[in-house]
Design a protein around this ligand. Structure first.
Ligand SMILES: Nc1ncnc2c1ncn2[C@@H]1O[C@H](COP(=O)(O)OP(=O)(O)O)[C@@H](O)[C@H]1O
Ligand SMILES: [Mg+2]
Length: 513
């Protein structure tokens, strides 16, 4: 454990947080980048399409109004219009083709199938020729073609029918270079701003992580000290209600408080147990020393010492049994829950106990029904309570009474009362502590171990019940053991039905002697 805490790296959280934060910022930037990059492209392309459509409309309109009657006149009008355009020839392509006439265009080098002009190679010229064929044979509508010198070109081709039955194919092209250029600009801006934002995110998240993990590091330090055996340190965490770290710190402190109490309790328990064991051992040793000091002890003396030693050994055995039982109550498999048929169960237990001493034993009516409980443990608890009542009442005339009462919420109460001296008000909680005895009980030097009621409480707790001390109507002690799991009918299989109709279903008063 110490090794594990030692390996706790306080910087881990900071870097992990910074890493995740940066990754998140990167992903967000990438998404925004793709959106802006594509949005810019789409918008510019739409703008270019609108421009080409406008140019094509204007050209078509002009040719309609040209009043050409022959193909030649139409071709001449087209050439005039195209050459009269203020466009710079490098940015826009315009052509018009009247069947049977040469192509009118502002890029004549593309459409003249002549020999290579101004320093062009044959390969370049043949490429241009192929391109011209491609431009002219492209279907009506928008296409994208690659032009030498210009790059990608957005081309709109239309066939226009001029009044007089003439037909002319017109084409308008705008370079797409502006789109690529704008997108490159967007990418550059994103790389620049993105790197800056990422650096900021990394830095901010690192410091945020450091800030957030500071209380955790403090807790780890405290845990390490506790691990080393010092239970005193506590975590002082500021924060309002609902603050997770404050909740964690409080839970941690609470756990330490409980651990401290548990350790103290355990130490006290071991000390008390040793003390309780030492008393009978001292008696045994003393008696044996007395016997040994006599040169020739009488038979009667030997028997007296033997009786005493046997009694002390019995006391030690009881104590050890009780201690073992109490230790077991901490285990999860302490109980073996069964369906208990209440009437015969209480009846048998009562009969067994009332044979042990001569008292005025009174048993109230037992409610028929079943109880989900561990029969052995419950019997032990009830025997402890009845044993205490017997022990604290006078022989013959002392009253020992038990009542069994069901009440709301499927719960049941076992009430054991007597007319003895009772338990003083200020001791009614403490009698359930281990080894606690009231002063009157100490004077009496009874054979009890001081663990009886502690065992009753442990059994009640294990069942989810409770036990408390009070005063009986006669001024003696009254102990109430309350358990859940009572059902007011017999067992589901009906086996309990025949049994509960016995004597104990009605009030029974027994006086034994
Ligand atoms: N019926 C009772 N009347 C008076 N005092 C009681 C009664 N039952 C328990 N006590 C007090 O509670 C103490 C604890 O009881 P218990 O745990 O059974 O230990 P023990 O019986 O071994 O002394 C007793 O020592 C006694 O002082
Ligand atoms: Mg007792």
């Amino acid at each position: 454990m110490r090794g594990r805490l030692g390996r706790l790296r306080p910087a881990g959280l900071r870097w992990r947080l910074a890493g995740w934060f940066t990754l998140l910022a990167l992903a967000c930037t990438a998404i925004v980048f793709v959106a802006v990059y594509r949005g810019t492209g789409t918008q510019l392309r739409q703008q270019i399409d609108q421009e080409t459509a406008g140019d094509a409309r204007e050209l078509a309109h002009n040719l309609m109004l040209a009043k050409a009657r022959t193909a030649k006149q139409l071709s001449v009008a087209a050439t005039r219009y195209i050459h009269g355009q203020p466009f710079s020839a490098s940015s826009t392509l315009l052509f018009a083709l009247v069947p049977g006439q040469p192509t009118s265009t502002n890029r004549p080098e593309l459409f003249s199938p002549a020999s290579p002009d101004n320093g062009e190679t044959t390969a370049e010229q043949s490429h241009e020729n192929r391109l011209a064929t491609h431009l002219l044979s492209a279907p009506d509508g928008y296409t994208t073609v690659a032009l030498p010198d210009v790059g990608d070109l957005r081309l709109l081709k239309n066939t226009v029918h001029v009044p007089g039955g003439l037909r002319v194919t017109i084409g308008v092209g705008e370079p797409l270079a502006a789109v690529a250029h704008a997108q490159r600009g967007v990418a550059r801006a994103f790389v620049l701003a993105g790197s800056l934002a990422l650096a900021c995110a990394l830095l901010a998240s690192y410091f945020l992580g450091a800030r957030l993990s500071r209380p955790l590091r403090r807790m780890a330090a405290v845990a390490a000290r506790v691990d080393a055996g010092d239970l005193h340190p506590r975590i002082h965490q500021q924060g309002g209600q609902g603050d997770e770290l404050k909740v964690l710190a409080d839970a941690f402190n609470h756990m330490l408080d409980r651990l401290t109490d548990a350790f103290a309790g355990q130490r006290a328990f071991v000390a008390d147990a040793s003390h309780e064991l030492r008393t009978p051992l001292t008696v045994i040793r003393g008696q044996l020393e007395v016997l040994a000091s006599q040169r020739d002890p009488s038979g009667e003396e030997v028997r007296r010492v033997e009786r005493l030693v046997q009694a002390e050994i019995a006391r030690i055995s009881r104590l050890v049994d009780d201690l073992l039982l109490l230790a077991k109550t901490e285990q999860t498999e302490f109980l073996r829950i069964e369906w208990i048929d209440l009437v015969p169960y209480v009846g048998e237990l009562w009969d067994g106990m009332s044979l042990l001493a001569s008292r005025r034993f009174e048993l109230g009516p037992i409610p028929p029904g079943t109880l989900r409980a561990d029969p052995d443990r419950l019997a032990q608890a009830l025997r402890n309570l009845l044993g205490n009542a017997i022990e604290h009442t006078s022989a013959d005339r002392g009253l020992v009474r038990m009542r069994v009462e069901p009440f709301a919420g499927e719960r049941i109460r076992f009430i054991v009362e007597d007319d003895g001296p009772g338990i003083p008000l200020d001791q009614r909680e403490r009698v359930f502590h281990r080894f606690h005895r009231t002063d009157a009980a100490r004077d009496r030097a009874s054979g009890g171990t001081g663990l009886g009621l502690a065992i009753v409480r442990a059994i009640a707790d294990a069942h989810g019940g409770a036990v408390s001390a009070g005063e009986s109507p006669e001024g003696g002690a009254r102990i109430e053991l309350e358990l859940p799991g009572f059902t007011a009918q017999s067992r589901p299989d009906g086996t309990g039905q025949a049994v509960w109709a016995g004597d104990h279903a009605t009030a029974a008063t027994a006086e034994r002697g």
